[in-house]
Design a protein around this ligand. Structure first.
Ligand code: HEC
Ligand code: HEC
Length: 207
């Protein structure tokens, strides 16, 4: 089997796994009771200090949450809460979230308008290298053709460039663990740091 065929098979397998896990996950969307809404939404006030009032982050190495797939947000909050995903900042915050909070907060940020296209940083050549690498590595097979994300795979289109780079480096270094990690660790393992920078540059300015 050729490399492309193998990658395609792997991507298909992942899509199936991601689809199934979001179905079987205890925390499904739309189940929160109306009575839980005010309490959970009050907690969103804490989040916007770093993730931005509109879910678009102005803070270095801090991701925008607006327009992320709802199930991706749920998963990440659960990973932080269980300590599967490490973050000195997010772990203590997530520790105080109930399942209802996770549902309501995820729905809240998922429904916000996704971040606008970032202002260009770096040169056009870097963007073009990133675009080609994304095609060669079939990033869109999981993140969708428009990089808007699906199920457990995040939106990467117009995410902050510094955060994208941090995430890619964390996957490569084995620092970020969670659920879809085997997928991302496989993808970034053969890539060099300048290739990670080009990919982050491309995705941050996706249009
Ligand atoms: C003090 C700043 C701060 C606050 C407050 C904060 N966050 Fe975060 N959040 C971060 C940082 C920094 C990261 C990136 C962690 C990493 O990868 O190292 C993050 C990551 C996340 C992620 C993962 C997103 C992704 O694209 O991987 C989610 C989801 C999230 N935060 C939700 C929330 C929610 C919900 C709240 C409110 C209950 C909140 N955050 C409050 C700083 C903050
Ligand atoms: C086989 C499916 C798959 C492929 C192919 C794939 N990804 Fe991912 N990616 C995922 C999943 C699933 C996650 C969430 C991982 C987790 O739970 O922490 C993710 C997370 C990410 C993140 C972290 C974003 C955030 O908000 O935290 C970045 C950046 C990323 N991928 C970029 C890429 C790039 C660039 C490529 C191509 C070089 C790629 N991905 C290929 C499935 C995939």
């Amino acid at each position: 089997m050729g490399v492309i065929a193998r990658m395609r098979l792997r991507a298909t397998r992942w899509r199936i796994v991601l689809g199934l896990t979001s179905l079987t996950m205890g925390i499904s969307s739309g189940m929160a009771q109306a009575a839980d809404l005010p309490a959970a939404l009050a907690k969103a006030e804490t989040c916007i200090a770093c993730h931005g009032a509109t879910g678009v982050s102005q803070m270095p190495e801090t991701p925008s949450l607006a327009g992320q797939p709802e199930s991706f947000l749920q998963w990440q909050l659960v990973y932080f809460r269980s300590g599967t995903r490490k973050s000195a900042v997010m772990q203590p915050l997530a520790a105080g979230l109930t399942d209802d909070d996770v549902r309501v907060l995820s729905k809240h940020f998922a429904s916000m308008v996704p971040p606008p296209r970032a202002t260009a940083s770096g040169d056009q050549a870097m963007y073009t290298v990133g675009l080609k690498l994304a095609q060669q590595n079939r990033c869109a097979s999981c993140h969708k053709e428009d990089y808007s994300g699906a199920q457990a795979a995040p939106r990467t289109a117009n995410q902050r460039e510094d955060y994208l780079l941090k995430a890619l480096r964390d996957f490569k270094a084995g620092k970020r663990t969670g659920g879809g990690v085997a997928a991302m660790a496989d993808v970034v393992y053969p890539l060099a740091d300048d290739q990670l920078r080009a990919l982050a540059n491309f995705m941050a300015q996706y249009h």
